[in-house]
Design a protein around this ligand. Structure first.
Ligand SMILES: Cc1cc2nc3c(=O)[nH]c(=O)nc-3n(C[C@H](O)[C@H](O)[C@H](O)COP(=O)(O)OP(=O)(O)OC[C@H]3O[C@@H](n4cnc5c(N)ncnc54)[C@H](O)[C@@H]3O)c2cc1C
Length: 466
């Protein structure tokens, strides 16, 4: 039996209580979109379950009546994965934000999926521990959203991606079954590990309801260094020299034009005397009295080789924060120009060759448009942002970027990379997925989706779905 929207809303109210089903225009617009603005939101309604049992009841109802569901976290996604534009029901996990268990003896924590990332970080810090995934949207994104996108961020070079923190997951799959995946175990060799299918699945297999995550011993005080670098090839030389000598917590880069925009927005002076095409931000643990000498020797080596033109090493926590602010403000600063974002993943040895060819392509194809490069270059992750000129119509800009992106994606494929390093595929990247995942892989993904989501109700139209 096909339900009308009014029937759906009535049934959802029975499950989660009337106060937790929202159908007004403001709520539908707010919950129906993420940080991408290309597709206008149009969900049927929003439901905010308060327990796994309620999530299960919602999925079973949806399965029975073929109602499309869009799992929704903090809606900070940059690929349109949480966008509901086709009358779907948005399932927001925001009420499911409780701490369920904290185990200091095994340095683990179990939380509901709707916990804000920063809240988890703070909880770990209060016990002298670290939740190692961090990025600029940690104040709004959810743990469930981080897991569903396998979020990366600024600490990957030392601690890995979100996948590397997940010890166990509770999910409600598209069949309406509650699955306990890996039960928080470190050692569990009992066949393929289904936990990893749900990490990075962008809501297309089911809804993550809680997770057990690994915590780390908190590092000692961290020093931050900002370097002005002669060209992109020199960034790779600096990376090689520093990674061989010390353990890095972060190795980020950004272009000069991006820095200028950030300084203007933050009303700050330039952090260095010299101007350079690129800047590198390094973070590393302060390791006692000898460390500054060692770091200065590495710095001087880079200057003498001609790779680095200038640099500054933080002397206080406040200075370290100021330097980080320059990098962390990049995404929010550029948002004003409605940037078209490419999120490229490559292996370190091919980065130099890639950037040479990509810069030539970008200069040729985006003539007259401003392009800003930044990213987590120490992990091979480059963000290529094309800013929309104010005088250019949105549709013309989108058409141009779509066209050029095929050229970029082909280049990424030829260099053995990925068209999405950390933002996911969602709606915005699905037309270029085939460049870096083979037809056989995509077919296997489709079949896996059929197993967990036989009625095709989980986030339809995303990742590889038409
Ligand atoms: C300023 C800024 C900086 C950023 N920096 C980074 C960065 O450095 N690294 C990085 O990786 N990302 C970054 N992002 C992108 C974004 O913050 C991450 O992708 C984040 O993990 C998304 O989490 P969310 O809770 O906001 O998810 P949402 O945007 O709500 O959802 C993302 C996807 O996950 C699905 N989903 C959400 N919750 C669940 C659930 N419980 N169960 C199943 N599926 C679910 C959604 O359907 C959607 O497909 C940044 C974003 C901004 C705005």
């Amino acid at each position: 039996m096909t339900l009308t929207n009014a029937d759906v809303i009535r049934a959802l109210r029975d499950v989660s209580g009337a106060a937790h089903v929202l159908e007004d225009d403001e709520a539908r617009a707010r919950y129906g979109m993420d940080r991408t603005t290309l597709v206008p939101p149009a969900p049927c309604c929003v439901v905010r379950p308060g327990s796994t049992a309620q999530v299960q009841a919602i999925v079973r109802l949806a399965r029975e009546h073929r109602i499309a569901l869009v799992p929704s976290g903090g809606r900070t996604g940059l690929s349109g994965g949480a966008v509901a534009a086709r009358g779907e029901v948005v399932v927001s996990l925001e009420r499911m934000n409780r701490l369920l268990q904290f185990n200091p003896e095994e340095r683990s924590i179990t939380v509901e999926a709707g916990m804000i990332t920063a809240a988890l970080q703070q909880h770990a810090a209060a016990h002298g521990l670290l939740y190692a995934v961090d990025f600029a949207s940690a104040g709004s994104s959810h743990i469930g959203g981080n897991i569903a996108t396998n979020a990366g961020g600024i600490k990957v070079i030392r601690y890995g991606m979100t996948r590397d923190q997940v010890l166990g997951l509770e999910v409600v799959d598209g069949r309406g079954e509650v699955l306990e995946l890996n039960r928080g175990l470190v050692k569990n060799n009992t066949g393929p590990d289904l936990r990893h299918l749900f990490i990075g699945s962008e809501g297309i297999l089911g809804i993550i309801t809680s997770a057990t995550l690994a915590l780390r011993n908190a590092p000692g005080p961290l020093d931050v260094m900002l370097l002005a670098v002669r060209d992109f090839a020199s960034i790779m030389d600096v990376l090689r020299v520093f990674t061989r000598a010390i353990r890095l917590d972060a190795f980020e880069f950004f272009g000069h034009n991006g820095l200028e925009r950030v300084l203007e927005r933050l009303q700050r002076k330039a952090p260095l005397g010299a101007e350079a095409p690129f800047y590198v931000l390094l973070e590393f643990e302060h390791q006692g009295a000898d460390a500054p000498d060692q770091v200065m020797r590495l710095f001087e080596q880079c200057v003498q080789a001609g790779w680095v033109l200038d640099g500054v090493l933080s002397q206080t926590l406040a200075q370290a924060r100021e330097l980080w602010l320059l990098r962390e403000s990049m995404s929010e600063t550029l948002a004003r120009w409605l940037p078209y974002k490419n999120d490229i993943g490559l292996r370190i040895p091919v980065l130099r060759a890639f950037i040479e060819r990509a810069q030539a392509l970008v200069e040729r194809e985006y003539r007259g448009l401003e392009v800003v490069w930044y990213g987590h270059v120490g992990d091979g992750n480059l963000h290529l942002n094309v800013l929309k000129p104010e005088t250019m119509a949105g549709a013309d800009f989108a058409a141009l970027c779509e066209r050029v992106t095929h050229g970029i994606a082909a280049l990424v494929r030829d260099c053995g990379g990925s068209i999405s390093a950390e933002h996911g595929v969602g709606l915005l990247k699905k037309h270029i997925l085939h460049y870096t995942r083979s037809p056989a892989e995509i077919e296997a993904l489709r079949q896996i989706k059929r197993v967990f989501d036989p009625a095709a109700i989980m986030n339809p139209g995303k990742v590889f779905d038409p």
